[in-house]
Design a protein around this ligand. Structure first.
Ligand SMILES: [Zn+2]
Length: 87
């Protein structure tokens, strides 16, 4: 039996430049992610930038700027702040 894996567009808005983008993700992977699965495991077909875009909304160009601005040892903490997960 052929398995279909429909994709759905997820709209993200960059918190830095406010650009709106749509990322195509597999519906099943997206459901798994929302059910609590690690995003790397649920959506392995996405690039790191696309996964980050789903998590925080940060678009590719801003992501690169962000990592150029923030010292490497602070990336983890800075990403949590960007996602609003620090509270
Ligand atoms: Zn941006």
């Amino acid at each position: 039996m052929a398995t279909t894996n429909p994709h759905l567009p997820v709209e993200t808005q960059c918190p830095i430049c406010h650009a709106i983008e749509n990322i195509e993700v597999s519906a099943s992977g997206f459901a798994q992610w929302h059910a609590g699965k690690n995003i790397q495991d649920a959506l392995p077909e996405l690039t790191n930038v696309q996964r980050e875009q789903l998590l925080s909304g940060t678009c590719g160009p801003c992501w690169i700027d962000f990592f150029n601005m923030v010292p490497k040892q602070h990336h983890g903490q800075a990403l949590l702040e960007l996602r609003g997960w620090t509270n």
